[in-house]
Design a protein around this ligand. Structure first.
Ligand SMILES: [Zn+2]
Length: 166
């Protein structure tokens, strides 16, 4: 059973709350679709504060590394997570839509029983590359192309086409 961390974000921000810990990759259920392998863990911290306008803010920090699947060769590659996000807390839907007009801030609705680990998972997923792939000359598909393994190419092409449908 995954550990949950439930806070009232407005209280947490006004009281300068702070919490940090580690979470196993295997506990982040929605992240699994993006991962190859889920050994290891991430370090996270969440801090409550007020910004210059005295508005409540949650600061989220996540560090660690994960393995993603390259969309070209379907092999795995390491991806470093190094996130730091300030989330402005809106106290109701009206405030949320007003604050959201400012594209320089990230804003969330402050529900009274906020699941912090789920919020952290959202931030990780949002930070992932839309089309993860190896860097130049690191992708095995470049090597496959240069040798004459004729039987493998249609399979790669078919898998790549399937991936592109999503
Ligand atoms: Zn690749």
């Amino acid at each position: 059973m995954p550990v949950r961390l439930i806070i009232d974000p407005l209280d947490f921000a006004r009281n300068a709350g702070a919490h940090h810990g580690k979470i196993a990759l295997s506990e982040l259920e929605r992240l699994q679709d993006y991962l190859i392998g889920n050994d290891g863990e991430l370090q996270y911290a969440v801090t409550g504060t007020l910004n210059r306008d005295a508005r409540p803010v949650l600061q989220i920090v996540v560090h660690g590394s994960i393995n993603l699947q390259c969309q070209r060769c379907l092999g795995e590659f390491g991806h470093a997570l190094d996130l730091q996000t300030d989330l402005l807390l809106a106290q109701n839907e009206n405030e949320l839509s007003r604050l959201d007009e400012d594209e320089s801030v990230d804003c969330i609705l402050a529900i009274s029983d906020m699941d912090v680990l789920s919020l952290i998972e959202d931030e990780i997923i949002l930070s992932l590359p839309i089309s993860p792939r190896h860097g130049e000359n690191q992708c095995s598909i470049d090597k496959t192309r240069s040798n004459d393994a004729a039987g493998e190419k249609p399979l790669f092409a078919a898998l790549a086409a399937l991936k592109n449908l999503h």
